[in-house]
Write a protein that binds this ligand. Structure first.
Ligand SMILES: Nc1ncnc2c1ncn2[C@@H]1O[C@H](COP(=O)(O)OP(=O)(O)OP(=O)(O)O)[C@@H](O)[C@H]1O
Ligand SMILES: O=c1ccn([C@@H]2O[C@H](COP(=O)(O)O)[C@@H](O)[C@H]2O)c(=O)[nH]1
Ligand SMILES: [Mg+2]
Length: 223
């Protein structure tokens, strides 16, 4: 992932895609709020491509020869935000690849933007988002979920020390993003404390309000 690609992108005078061509929904919420769980459900019913910024960073971290691997590892363990150039380039590359391979134009971008500079840079150089789906969940509930997930996830940040740091980053750095989008009436807040299926019912209501329609399966009779 040459840094030169991002330098070129940063000087774009307009986003790569318009909102008419590409629909992006940002999915935010504290660590363990259930973003990935809900995105998996949305993909099935609405045909979005799910891109998790955290997953893309972990892949890049583990990619042999990555010049960013050690840096990403340290940011993730400390629960801090990797410099925007790296994350946005990974997202843009994944979106380009999806459009070329599957001809898809609907993207759920999970766990991003986590910082105001990322939000501004992505919307200026890649594509403005349609809205942000925000999963609202108190820390005690998220803590229990993450410690439980940590028994099997193998994630280097599902331990109490990293979790506390991630909570702090969320409050201090990521909530300002939600608050800024809120002032632009571009946030749909969903209560994430209920069971996963109940939360999803609220997600479906929200999608209806934002005029996002489920995919319809066509059954072709063969006889
Ligand atoms: N509504 C829910 N009720 C109970 N458990 C849930 C719910 N949603 C998700 N979980 C569980 O909580 C854990 C965290 O969920 P998930 O991975 O979806 O969260 P996340 O927001 O993507 O977290 P992270 O920010 O760390 O990526 C998982 O073990 C998941 O199975
Ligand atoms: O835009 C982003 C998104 C994520 N990170 C780092 O990754 C970890 C894990 O993210 P999850 O969404 O929980 O999988 C996060 O704590 C950050 O350290 C990032 O830097 N930038
Ligand atoms: Mg997740």
């Amino acid at each position: 992932m040459p840094a030169i690609e991002r330098l070129a992108a940063a000087t774009r005078s307009a986003p790569l895609w318009s909102k008419d061509d590409v629909t992006v929904i940002f999915v935010l919420g504290g660590p363990g709020a259930g973003k990935g769980t809900q995105c998996a459900k949305i993909v099935t019913d609405y045909g979005f491509k799910h891109l998790s910024a955290g997953d893309l960073l972990r892949e890049e971290q583990d990619r042999p020869g990555s010049e960013f691997g050690e840096m990403i590892k340290s940011y993730i363990k400390e629960g801090t935000i990797v410099p925007l150039e790296v994350t946005i380039q990974l997202l843009e590359n994944a979106m380009q690849a999806t459009r070329e391979k599957d001809n898809k134009s609907l993207f759920l971008i999970d766990g991003f933007p986590r910082k105001l500079d990322q939000a501004h840079a992505f919307e200026r150089t890649v594509v403005p988002s349609k809205f942000t789906l925000f999963f609202d969940c108190p820390e005690d509930v998220m803590l229990e979920r993450l410690l439980n997930r940590g028994k099997t996830s193998g994630r280097a940040d599902d331990n109490i020390e990293s979790i506390k740091k991630r909570f702090r980053t969320f409050v201090e750095t990521s909530m300002p993003v939600v608050n800024e989008f809120q002032t632009q009436d571009r946030v749909a807040k969903v209560d994430a404390t209920k069971g996963a299926d109940e939360v999803y019912e609220d997600v479906k209501k929200t999608f209806k309000e934002w005029d996002i329609k489920p995919i319809t399966l066509k059954f072709v009779q063969t006889q």
